[in-house]
Design a protein around this ligand. Structure first.
Ligand SMILES: [Fe+2]
Length: 533
């Protein structure tokens, strides 16, 4: 959940603050890709073209990567207009976009049981290499995607370009930020959830003012309904460009299922607990069908494990978390709350016992310089009441204080090298410092948190709201930057420092917005906390 007015409340009246202007040069839109390949020119899409949902790659390993596509000739139908039968799909991957060097080829089946999705787990690749891939099916050739393998486990990479994004409500605006993300030349892109929103979509298509058919009007519940929601979202050419540009590592938040679901707890009301588990399973299944992930582990009852770890040599390790599936229900009825004693209950869990142990064990054994928690909800304390009283969100880590302290203190006790928490959900850009006690600004800083804004959720946003990089918020003194604009986050990670650039677009209610860097903050190796450029 997210309330787009939260930041305005957290930061109080904008008039009492000073603001920096846009710090980066506005860049012209570059709506061309550098994947110039004569094969793609042959297949321009249109009626009967089975690759209308694009291609993607993900979960990069030193010697392997997942290649994804989903066949659909009519994406807004449950099976994408495909026949109820298996379809042979050829794939190939090579070191050049003309598929001349070291190509590996294979064939697989797109099956109706899985919405005609294809997940090829390619092995035998070389570490830290750029590759290009494409598919063939039904006599047509897919667009070409670029991907990259992870560095070798025992290597010492000098640099990693990573970008992350979250929260892309289709009816809230255009995906211009995804288009700019595609031009980042990232080694890897993380998506931290709210890839779709489950809500029904108005006939007008919301802010996009693009008519959408009746079958999208109701909220997602059945597998078919989730599939057509993905069909709509993934038809967007800017999203497709972002997928084609780099491998993605994804995790879900709440809206891939239902707003603010928690473990086995759904929204209540007319949705019974039994119905909720069915809806949740449908959401999980549709998510996997539509994203470039490895097959889930064997089913564990109604659960689907997606927390997992990716290692980029000794430079960075990414602990990709699931803060929805195993958490206790939100305290005090959810929402922003003053004085909620329940949130302090030490028995409350955010990650569940198994994932929490997996995380802390991994952090205890890591040899990486930068240790990343790629996850959904804000870990820094975010008090949105400008008065001395605290009002905190019961949906975020603030509503699970003991669990938060187990993670932050657990990292401090293990002397984890350079912890970096990456966060979605909040629809605002925020940079903050992780404290052992957020109520005591003098308490030790253990690491940093970068919260990325939304791609489109919440509409245009406002350049007038925010805290300039290096500013200080009297209510939340550990927060060093914020902005309420749409965009994504680009991170340049080297052995000496981690630089985060918050990239923003001025509007999403029409196409063609330029991108600029609103704030840049740096973490130095071995120096807890944030520096401002
Ligand atoms: Fe969101």
């Amino acid at each position: 959940m997210n309330d787009d007015r939260r930041l305005a409340r957290i930061l109080g009246d904008p008039s009492r603050r000073t603001f920096l202007g846009l710090t980066g040069a506005a860049m012209a839109l570059a709506f061309t890709t550098n994947l110039a390949d004569p094969w793609t020119a042959r297949s321009g899409g249109g009626d009967g073209y089975p690759f209308q949902l694009g291609v993607a790659s993900g979960d990069p390993l030193p010697h392997g990567v997942i290649l994804w596509t989903r066949l659909a000739v009519r994406p807004l139908e449950p099976l994408g207009g495909m026949p109820y039968g298996r379809i042979k799909v050829d794939w190939e991957i090579a070191e050049d976009p003309r598929f001349a060097r070291r190509a590996i080829r294979g064939s697989t089946w797109a099956a109706p049981e899985y919405g005609h999705s294809v997940h090829v787990d390619v092995r035998g690749l070389r570490p830290c290499r750029e590759y290009f891939y494409r598919f063939r099916a039904c006599g047509e050739i897919s667009p070409v995607g670029r991907t990259k393998t992870a560095p070798a486990v025992r290597s010492s990479p000098g640099r990693l370009l990573m970008a992350f994004a979250s929260c892309a409500s289709w009816p809230d605006g255009f995906y211009t930020a995804y288009r700019h993300l595609a031009n980042e030349n990232a080694d890897v892109i993380l998506h931290l959830g709210d890839y779709i929103y489950e809500y029904g979509i108005a006939a007008s298509g919301g802010t996009r003012n693009t008519p959408v058919p009746d079958q999208l009007r109701v909220q997602c519940d059945t597998l078919d309904r989730y599939r057509i929601q993905y069909g709509l979202y993934k038809s967007d050419p800017d999203l497709q460009a972002a997928h084609q540009s780099a491998p993605w590592i994804v995790t879900w938040d709440d809206h891939e299922v239902l707003d603010n679901w928690a473990g086995f707890a759904g929204p209540g009301g007319e949705v019974t607990p039994e119905d909720f588990l069915v809806i949740r399973a449908n959401g999980f299944r549709a998510y996997w069908e539509n994203l470039p992930m490895r097959l889930p582990r064997p089913v564990d009852g109604p659960d689907a494990r997606i927390y997992r770890r990716f290692t980029f040599g000794d430079l960075a390790e990414f602990n990709v978390l699931d803060t929805r599936q195993y958490r206790d229900d939100q305290a005090c009825g959810d929402g922003p709350r003053h004085d909620c004693a329940e949130r302090l209950d030490p028995a409350r869990t955010m990650l569940g016992a198994q994932q929490e142990k997996w995380l802390l064990d991994g952090l205890g054994a890591t040899g990486a310089r930068w240790n990343v928690l790629a996850q959904q909800i804000a870990m820094c304390q975010l008090d949105d009441d400008p008065a001395p009283a605290q009002r905190l969100s019961m949906d975020m880590w603030d509503g699970y204080r003991a669990a938060k302290e187990r993670v932050i203190n657990g990292m401090a006790e293990r002397r984890v090298s350079n912890p970096v928490v990456l966060t979605g959900d909040f629809h605002n850009n925020v940079a903050g410092e992780l404290k052992t006690n957020f109520d005591d600004p003098a308490s030790p800083t253990v690491g940093v948190e970068f919260i990325g804004t939304s791609i489109s959720s919440g509409g245009n946003g406002s350049a007038a709201i925010g805290l300039p990089a290096g500013g200080s918020d009297p209510v939340n003194p550990h927060i060093r930057f914020s902005s309420y604009q749409r965009g994504y986050v680009a991170c340049d990670i080297t052995r000496a420092r981690w630089q985060t650039d918050f990239k923003v677009v001025p509007y999403v209610d029409r196409v063609g917005a330029p991108v600029s860097t609103r704030g840049s903050l740096v973490a130095l190796n071995g120096v807890p906390g944030l520096q401002v450029l």
